[in-house]
Design a protein around this ligand. Structure first.
Ligand SMILES: *[C@@H]1O[C@H](CO)[C@@H](O)[C@H](O)[C@H]1NC(C)=O
Ligand SMILES: *[C@@H]1O[C@H](CO)[C@@H](O)[C@H](O)[C@H]1NC(C)=O
Ligand SMILES: *[C@@H]1O[C@H](CO)[C@@H](O)[C@H](O)[C@H]1NC(C)=O
Ligand SMILES: *[C@@H]1O[C@H](CO)[C@@H](O)[C@H](O)[C@H]1NC(C)=O
Ligand SMILES: *[C@@H]1O[C@H](CO)[C@@H](O)[C@H](O)[C@H]1NC(C)=O
Ligand SMILES: *[C@@H]1O[C@H](CO)[C@@H](O)[C@H](O)[C@H]1NC(C)=O
Length: 450
């Protein structure tokens, strides 16, 4: 069994200097187990991790196992690997000799591990991956965060040996790895990939066209390019034009500019678009036509005047808007966030429409607490659809007498405010009286016959 465990660690024939305290800790409620600096001496504590579905190996030095003889597994070892319930393995802070990884990766085929993640690792050297020729693995999700390795270009042999497995992979994340380009051939291997996360890299507009070339990532539905080096809204649109299944695109945290004269069309499949924190001072056009979720928060927008007939969620918090966008442009809307803008008042007819949404947030705006201003907000709050920010996040900016007050505390009752409501019936009454009086006077006069 200990041989099996060693192999299962695979990636984890951990060694550490002797005399250090090394061991595994299981959190039963979370079915999560962490092993620090696991070494040959303390490998017994890995038994603790048997009830865990997620196992993390943190730290250690696997280099010295390169010379370790790794042959075929005996049937009992295979059975033991098959009985493990672990589904996700995370490997953190390790120097991984690729030559070792190439030799042990195939043992995953006896397990139920579906997710494999490397964090802050260094892959050293290049391995011979021929053992993986034609081999499939149960792993469907692979992620690398803050990992460095030998360059991917010129590694066609490795990709070809791994292709049987890679073409069945569904999720891939390569984040915080200083990636500047992705060869076209790589995308063509990932035929079943649904989700690709390339956040926190250094991709520029020009690197998208080769990465998402004809035939690359044909099933891709979700793509994150958050926090990269993208600069042109239309350049990105042109670079992603071939992704015909794309459903969710995250471009947040890039400094984008939009060129008004471009007519690039986004994939019609796009439903969820994140343009948060992209330095935009106008809503870029064209937007994908069938959007359901649009996040343009944390920008410099002064007005939003677009219609999107299928839009359900619109996030515009942290902008410079002075008015609520017209809800008539979004007949399907259920969520609208407008916190941290420059909105002074909600017009009465908009309050009615806003009250029909499921989730509205307008906190941290410079509210005018006139009767109609405070009254409108209080009426909206009474619908119960204002989010958690009510009442604390809603304060008056004007008039002077209410500055700093909670909007909720401003009196909008009849004697304070609805003077008009009192005055109007009074006027009508007076007018009626007047008419009655006039009629009386007329009637009271003796009739003069002509
Ligand atoms: C693991 O080893 C590192 C140094 O390599 C040490 O700083 C850390 O405290 C060790 N962790 C445990 C839990 O022993
Ligand atoms: C397990 O994790 C939960 C949730 O994070 C935590 O509340 C609990 O204290 C942990 N248990 C142990 C034994 O660490
Ligand atoms: C990234 O990984 C390296 C080791 O490869 C580590 O020294 C560094 O602290 C990590 N950085 C972050 C931000 O986690
Ligand atoms: C970002 O892209 C520009 C060109 O578009 C390039 O000059 C610059 O070096 C890139 N920055 C990084 C950090 O990759
Ligand atoms: C958009 O991206 C930002 C930052 O990356 C994130 O905080 C936000 O939740 C995302 N919006 C949506 C609607 O998923
Ligand atoms: C609005 O701004 C406040 C204070 O600057 C901040 O605490 C809050 O998180 C912001 N809310 C949103 C939704 O941006």
């Amino acid at each position: 069994m200990s041989v099996a465990v060693l192999l299962f660690l695979g990636l984890g024939l951990w060694a550490a200097a002797e005399g250090r305290r090394n061991r595994c800790y299981l959190n039963r409620t979370e079915e999560y187990c962490v092993c620090y600096n696991l070494s040959e001496e303390t490998i017994g504590s890995l038994i603790q991790c048997l009830p865990a579905t997620v196992v993390k190996f943190q730290g250690g030095d696997v280099e010295r196992f390169i010379a370790f003889p790794i042959g075929e597994l005996d049937p009992s070892a295979i059975e033991m690997l098959g009985s493990l319930i672990v589904q996700k393995i995370i490997i953190g802070n390790v120097l991984v000799p690729e030559i070792l990884l190439a030799r042990v990766l195939r043992f995953f085929s006896y397990t139920h591990v579906r997710e494999l993640a490397y964090e802050s690792c260094i892959f050293q050297g290049t391995g011979d991956w021929s053992d993986m020729d034609g081999q499939d693995l149960p792993i469907r999700s692979l992620s690398f965060h803050n990992v460095s390795s030998a360059p991917l270009t010129g590694r066609e042999q490795a990709f070809s040996s791994l292709s049987r497995w890679l073409e069945s992979l569904e999720e891939l994340a390569v984040t915080g790895c200083r990636v500047t380009s992705l060869p076209c051939a790589i995308g063509r291997v990932f035929r079943a990939l649904r989700s690709l996360n390339l956040a926190q890299n250094s991709l520029s507009d020009g690197s998208l066209t080769p990465a998402f070339c004809q035939g690359a990532f044909p099933q891709l539905q979700e793509l994150s390019l958050r926090h990269n080096n993208l600069s042109s809204y239309h350049g990105v649109c042109e670079g992603l034009g071939l992704l015909q299944e794309l459903w969710h695109l995250d471009l947040s945290h890039n400094e984008l500019t939009a060129d008004p004269s471009s007519s690039c069309q986004w994939p019609a499949s796009l439903r969820h678009f994140n343009l948060s924190n992209t330095g935009l001072d106008e809503v870029p056009t064209p937007l994908p036509p069938n959007l359901e979720v649009l996040d343009m928060s944390h920008n410099h927008l002064r007005a939003v005047d677009v219609s999107l007939s299928s839009l359900k969620k619109l996030f515009l918090n942290q902008n410079l808007l002075q008015a609520v966008p017209s809800l008539r442009n979004y007949p399907m809307l259920d969520t609208l966030h407008l916190d941290n803008n420059s909105i002074g008042e909600l017009p009465r007819d908009e309050v009615k429409l806003l009250g029909r949404l499921q989730d509205v947030a307008v906190a941290h705006n410079p509210f005018s607490c006139s009767c109609s201003g405070a009254g409108g907000l209080q009426a909206l709050a009474a619908t119960g659809h204002l989010g958690q920010g009510w009442p604390g996040g809603y304060r008056c900016h004007s008039p002077a007498q209410y500055q700093g007050w909670l909007v909720a505390q401003v009196p909008v009752s009849v004697p304070h405010c609805d003077l008009a409501a009192l005055v109007a019936p009074l006027c009508v009454a007076l007018a009626l009286l007047g008419v009655a009086g006039a009629v009386f006077v007329v009637r009271a006069r003796p009739c003069r016959r002509a």
